[in-house]
Design a protein around this ligand. Structure first.
Ligand code: NAP
Length: 241
């Protein structure tokens, strides 16, 4: 799937990786980029259509879906990450509301359009989906859940021709990682690698040096082979029904 002439929707499009994804989609010749943001957004490129989109708001999700005529690629990028120590249930619920249920809600709303275009869903999860950093355990739990959602959607939607990609992003230099004194990728390089991964049809995209260090072992590992085995089981059950 190349981006040129496609309609792309990015959530959390006003800063960080989301903003870089909007710019990269434009650079690659997207015909329309829907930029989902909580605050009003103005963009100089006429191909950008701003959408008011808090991913925790069912009403805003529905209103956004009503404004989009056709869509090829949905990028669930909006996310929050707050420090916690799992002592506060509300912190866990807050992460799940945005990172899991936000991704779920937006996906369900745009699925009819993506099915029609035989399009793609790209979920920006995190390397923490496969190993938590216990400084942000609620965040890691929500990303593990969003990754698992991604894997199930991948199997469930394959028959409809909708591809579902997970991005196992490593540390990237945005507001989210301010205060972490570690090597970070630029949001621009991550955005490029995400679209390269979609172009190449990579199920799981490792868009930076840190995440690339585990890509090979992930792709040849037990969890990936079990995912494929389980997806084949679903196909067999569906075929027999
Ligand atoms: N930076 C990293 O190291 C890293 C690593 C792995 C994964 N990721 C993932 O990459 C994605 C983008 O992160 P980032 O680094 O670019 O972070 P960021 O700079 O903090 O940007 C987060 C974006 O999500 C939006 N957002 C937050 N809550 C939202 C909601 N309820 N509805 C709609 N939009 C909402 C924010 O909008 P507002 O401006 O309105 O708050 C902002 O646009 C996230 O899913 C994050 O988990 C990042």
């Amino acid at each position: 799937m190349t981006i040129a002439d496609k309609a792309v929707l990015v959530t959390g499009a006003n800063r960080g990786i989301g903003q870089a994804l909007v710019e990269e989609a434009l650079r690659r010749g997207a015909k329309r980029v829907y930029a989902g943001t909580r605050q009003p957004l103005a963009h100089p490129d006429g191909r950008v259509t701003p959408l008011t989109l808090d991913v925790t708001s069912a009403a805003q999700i529905q209103a956004a879906a009503d404004q989009v005529g056709s869509l090829d690629i949905l990028i669930n990028n909006a996310g929050i990450a707050l420090y916690d120590d799992l002592s506060d249930r509300a912190a866990l619920e807050q992460h799940l509301a945005v990172n899991l249920f936000g991704t779920y809600g937006v996906t369900q709303a745009f699925l009819p359009l993506l099915t029609r275009s035989r399009g793609a869903i790209v979920n920006n999860v995190s390397m923490m989906a496969i190993a938590p950093l216990p400084l942000t355990p609620a965040y890691a739990i929500s990303k593990a859940a969003a990754f698992n959602l991604t894997q199930s959607l991948r199997a469930l939607l394959a028959g409809r021709g909708v591809r579902v990609h997970a991005v196992l992003t490593g540390p990237t230099d945005t507001d989210m990682t301010r205060g972490f004194d570690i090597p970070k990728a630029s949001p621009e390089s991550v955005a490029r690698a995400i679209f390269d991964g979609v172009d190449k049809g990579e199920e799981d995209i490792f868009p930076d040096l840190m995440s690339q260090s585990v890509a090979e072992s992930w792709r040849s590992g037990a969890a990936k082979s079990l995912e494929r085995q389980n997806a084949a089981l679903l196909e067999a059950v569906s075929a027999a029904a």
